[in-house]
Ligand binder design. Structure first.
Ligand code: SMG
Ligand code: MG
Length: 381
């Protein structure tokens, strides 16, 4: 049964965070995800699919930003899909990446559209994303990402709270001036917990001697210490550290993952579907890493239940051997737009098994949080 895309609704929401989230590139007090809602005709039926764009409002994590993503979807991505359909090509999650390849970059925007197409196509055939991936696991280990705090005592309180909730791994955001001491304090207070750090590009290669001080704390990994494009410098840094280097921002495709592995720049890889252009490419990153014996884990971008559902399923692939930044919905949101994801009593998140991503956005909550809406027609050439 072919799926014919009819329209895209680009719905920007504003969701307050339960507490401010501070990283080396700034403080967030709310999240403004852009949902992509696709309407598709499947025979006489209409099917809805949902995607989520993880771009931040400003280009501080990567070059993409929210309004840019919305604009590129409306002005380039949607017309490319429309013209494919006009030429008789069915748009599917499997071919959407190729159809959009002439548009350079804009991976988060493309990923959001691919997600919506994938959700619709899976719903049309009553199949779950987990089944499409071939995932048989039923749950994934849940890690939590802890922002930079105002003081070490406050950090210890926050980390203690998450450990009491059952999280199976803690990641601390670091930056120059907030690294060795907070890590030492968490190690001393909480002992042998699975612990890692994320610098979001805040260091330079010349900081190698300083970063080597983290080797004393037996961290699982240090995430993205240097700038995005510095694969070679990461490989030089990695040789000076015992702590494994894990790249996030630098890995934008399966090709860059292969290069990073070959250079010795990334002993572990953070897989974020938005950053690499979608779940199809995310699976390729997983496959390349696995073929090289490089462990991967699923990163997070403070997703709503839609992205969280998809990430949980992705994290069920066999190469995802470390806990992901797939926390419970209440880590960030008092009220999510889907039924909340919760930790089970062993600190795992269940992988949804319903059709598509297996979650239903609550239309009232979406409407209540909506700050912008734009409809793009896909049905007419
Ligand atoms: O979704 O749990 C989450 C957030 C995890 O720390 C997290 N993400 O660089 O890995 C990262 C950051 C990016 C956050 S953008 C605000
Ligand atoms: Mg990161």
């Amino acid at each position: 049964m072919t799926v014919h895309l009819l329209s895209l609704d680009l719905l920007t929401l504003r969701l307050p965070l339960v507490s401010p989230f501070r990283t080396s590139f700034g403080v967030q007090t709310d999240r403004t995800p852009m949902l992509v809602r696709v309407e598709a005709a499947v025979g006489a039926r209409t099917v809805i699919g949902w995607g989520e764009c993880v771009a931040l409002p400003r280009p501080v994590y990567s070059s993409e930003f929210l309004d840019g993503a919305r604009q590129i979807i409306a002005s380039e991505i949607a017309p490319a899909l429309r013209s494919a359909q006009t030429s008789g090509i069915e748009v599917t999650a499997e071919n959407v990446g190729d159809l959009l390849a002439p548009i350079r970059g804009h991976r988060m925007a493309k990923a959001a559209v691919e997600m919506a197409v994938l959700d619709a196509q899976l719903r049309a055939s009553d199949r779950s994303f987990a089944s499409w991936l071939g995932v048989t696991a039923t749950r994934v280990a849940s890690g939590v990402s802890v922002g930079i705090q105002d003081s070490v005592p406050m950090l210890l309180d926050v980390v203690g709270g998450y450990l009491a909730e059952g999280y199976r791994r803690v990641k601390l955001k670091i930056e120059p001036g907030w690294d060795v001491e907070p890590v030492r304090a968490v190690r001393e207070r909480f002992g042998d917990i699975p612990l890692q750090v994320d610098a979001n590009t805040a260091y330079r290669l010349g900081d190698a001697a300083h970063l080597r001080r983290l080797d004393a704390f037996d961290l699982l990994l240090i995430e993205q210490p240097l700038a995005d494009e510095d694969l070679r410098q990461h490989s030089l840094l990695a040789r000076q550290l015992q702590t494994p280097v894990c790249l996030d921002e630098s890995i934008v495709s399966a090709e860059t993952a292969a290069d990073a592995i070959a250079l010795g720049a990334s002993a572990i890889i953070n897989v974020k579907p938005g950053r690499v252009g979608g779940y199809v490419e995310a699976r390729r990153v997983h496959d390349v890493a696995r073929a090289h014996g490089v462990p991967v884990w699923c990163g997070g971008m403070l997703e709503t239940g839609i992205g969280r559902a998809a990430n949980a399923a992705l994290g069920g692939l066999p190469g995802f051997t470390l806990p992901g930044d797939i926390s419970a919905s209440d880590r960030f949101y008092r009220e999510d737009i889907t039924a909340p994801f919760v930790l089970d009593d062993e600190g795992f998140i269940a992988i949804p098994r319903g059709p598509g991503f297996g979650v239903e956005p609550d239309e009232d909550r979406v409407a209540a949080a909506q700050i912008h809406a734009q409809r793009v027609d896909l049905s007419h050439g």
